[in-house]
Design a protein around this ligand. Sequence first.
Ligand code: CO8
Length: 280
Amino acid sequence: MTGDPRPGGHQEAGSSHREQNRVHEHLVTERAGGVEVLRVDRPAALGALSRGMLLALREHLTDLHADESVRVLIVTGTGKGFIAGADIREYHGVSQRDFDAYQRLSRAVFDALAALPQVTIAAVNGYALGGGFEVALSCDLIVASDRARFGLPEINLGLLPGGGGTQRLARAAGVRFATEAVLTGRFYPARKLHDRGVVNEVHSPDELLPRTRELAATIAAKAPVAVRAAKRLVADGARMPLDVGLTVEQQVLSGLYATADAAEGVAAFLDKRQPTFTGR
Ligand code: CO8
């Protein structure tokens, strides 16, 4: 499992024509067809998250929250790093007060990501360690390169994961596996986490982004109101007792039945044609 992890980079064919926007020196976005790709572009530090990157992410995610033109967000990295955790160099020697402020800022970013109304997909190209694994766990879906490596190595620093690693991994993979990951700091290959149900799909490095875009396009083509409701229901349902979740499910479904898109979806099925959804 720990082995000799050598994640590799990915270059997507045909990506050059997409318009890019740099929201921070190390964060690049590009949009097409209701899908935004947010790429961490700091290969020299394997995507490690600095305070400046966290601040820019928090601001960008706040803007995105209100942007209905984006249906799906893909978060990815560059080269052999997805995100190799917090920037350890930047943390080194800081006061307790600054350490705690750093943690609160990280928490705000993970919470903002998890609270987005858009569907979020982590496209994990390489090392997803510490805060990087926690970013992926804060997304709705995880697609990974077969060279990706996941781990929570904070225990090696005499610390523990502070961005939800102890909580979200236990919910995603079960308490026993999360305990092993947190206590050993091991790095796991994507296939191991696919077997555990944490990773949805595993692809070759070259196929990672094209296949993630395909998944995003499939979701972006569905009725937008239904997609947002379904995403929220599944995510929130994990925190509810079953009987409460089942009741909320019926209430949300009843609301969807009244939408124009539901009428269109059923009519299109009966007419044997593709539906045209309008988001109403
Ligand atoms: N922070 C800052 N720089 C990093 C980080 C990081 N998390 N990870 C890698 N880098 C840098 C390396 O320092 C190196 O820089 P340079 O070339 O200037 O020396 C560059 O990225 C390339 O890394 P390596 O040369 O180490 O590449 P390898 O292929 O040999 O190894 C590894 C890759 C195994 C991923 C290795 O880099 C590694 O173990 N990185 C650290 C991973 C880690 O522990 N992440 C969890 C961080 S902890 C956290 O997220 C929250 C708590 C932070 C509190 C810190 C309090 C002091």
